[in-house]
Design a protein around this ligand. Sequence first.
Ligand SMILES: Nc1ncnc2c1ncn2[C@@H]1O[C@H](COP(=O)(O)OP(=O)(O)OP(=O)(O)O)[C@@H](O)[C@H]1O
Length: 679
Amino acid sequence: MSATSTDTTGTVTPTDPVLVAERAHLALADDCLAGMRTAAGAVVDAGVDAWASERLGAARAERLRSLAADPGVPAFFGRTDAPDETFHIGRRHVRDAAGSPVVIDWRAPMSRPFYRASAADPQGLVRRRRFGFSGGELTSYEDELLSAGEEGDGSLLRAEIERPRSGPMRDIVATIQPEQDEIVRAPLAESVCVQGAPGTGKTAVGLHRAAYLLYTHGGQLARTGVLVVGPNRAFLRYIEQVLPTLGEVDVDQTTVAELTGRVPVRAQDAPEVAVLKGDARMAQVLERALWGAIAKPVDDVLVPLAGRRYRVPVERLKRFVDDLRRRGRVADDQQRLHYAAGRERLAMLLAEDARRQKEEAGGSPTDAETRRAARSPEVRAFCDAVWPARDPAGLVAELLGDPAVLARAARGVLTDEEQALLHRPAPRSVRTAPWTGADAVLVDEAAGLIERTAGYGHVVVDEAQDLSPLQCRAVARRLAAGSLTVLGDLAQATSPWSPGDWAPTLAGLGRPETAVRPLTRGYRVPGEVLDYANRLLPAIAPGLPVATALRRDPGALTVRPVADLAGPLAGVVADLAAGPGSVGVVCADAAVPEVARLLGAAGLEAALLADDGSPATRIAVVPATLAKGLEFDAVVVADPAAIVAAEPRGLSRLYVVLTRAVSTLVVLHRDDLPTVLAG
Ligand SMILES: Nc1ncnc2c1ncn2[C@@H]1O[C@H](COP(=O)(O)OP(=O)(O)OP(=O)(O)O)[C@@H](O)[C@H]1O
């Protein structure tokens, strides 16, 4: 229902007793929230010592932050009535001075029926009420008398979706749909993979799931943390406001490139080289290069301990090395002895051997003396010769720069041609090497072999259909024993690795058992636009369930042939910019300067959408490769054929681009549309 009109029983007037009562409850909730804020601010940071005080201070700051009222965000958005209790549902708990609940957090178990109840299954509710707000004022409500078999017509949901976009993505807590809620509230131990058509709310669902898990398993996840991985900075910028509006600030958000950014990326690989470097076989090659360089001990070692030397015979040294190498081969990253730890352990084994010999001779060396023996020049020299210290970038630089090293590590794994593809002249120094994005992932893989990577308790990975096998491994390393939320759409797959089904990605992410849950109801794109884009599906992702749109709008789609972009483009953009909301002008990456120039020449203030995360302007010129995950009220696609021609998976890229509009899509083409879209 709209903000001004009706509930299911009649017209809302300002004197409507329901409205009056609900406004009073809203005022009460605001007062109580202010009271909670004052109380949290008054807690004295007096811990037993400086450290405890600091921790208390941090906890208080955290609590204050989470209580900070978002201006204009109402304390509740819905209400549930069961025969014997009524709850108002909001973004966070609000209590009165006596501690009684005034608003229930949307994530609490009591809130679940608000999202799941239907006329067929009222889940104990008699009524569900949704509120409409205008400028922070409660102006309307929509009642569903579930016990009487009555369900709303979704007009508040529609109004919410059609509200003009400006700035970052919004949360959807007020209107999460049952099929989305099932994913949001899936148990922490359960990894889920959401195969979601464009605009079905994958990203929104993933972020709300992070907020839900942090609320429900706060203690456990506070220690291990939650990580959200997105495709690029522009995307992170787009989603960054969602978690704070849900009261969650302690979630790390990063791109895959940042996650694996151990070396400065300065160069680009040829496509076939990038594909090879992202192949899972490279993990095997790196592992062999690292562990294969461990040498066999050839001589006894004299270990100094507390003023004497003890001989450790070569046979025993060989056994030490073999045992440690075996522990380095355990498949589970958490159980495996990593290379650097193996080196430390080897030094300690020598020292402990000497200690045992001394004890057998009646001595009693201390722990400190034993540790000193492990650090002695003799033991160090042995370790350097047998189990040399390695750094990840150095290992990769050597592998790519020295054909003999590569041949040893890649024998039987990569063909000679593949090895030749990988080779590049050895750089003057590791630091100045012309590292590429794919190299950076290799370096991260090497780092993961050398030392254990710290893992998160839960990882949300968006646009996962594009991850290379090695990028999957990089994410999996950050997962430790935790669970995953994998979000993506195989039809939007544009990387060379993109698989035809989810199995390889889920296996690469270390969670092959993960169930794939489809989302097919599209909330973003009007039906006319979605049907148009869906014509590409048989060519790009046959077999995927087709998305259906929540709403239709006959004026939403315009497909227009133009002889030349110049005049029509500026005219169309000017018309769209006269309305409210954002306008995205999407074109092939190479055409971006030209499109920007055309708009500039027409006096339109359009800024380039950059991958540095700088905020998008109201009119943004968007390179097609950065459009993924984003949305605009109106989208103009300039010269779709150029977008298709620019890359091997150009049709999938076009599918992404055509599904970014909330209200209006205008396609300007030069009579060279892909056949399925023509006519
Ligand atoms: N339950 C909902 N209530 C209101 N808006 C919703 C709901 N679900 C999704 N939306 C809106 O639909 C749009 C698309 O959501 P989102 O970006 O999460 O979809 P997506 O599946 O990740 O899309 P894509 O794959 O095309 O990038 C957003 O504007 C989001 O706020």
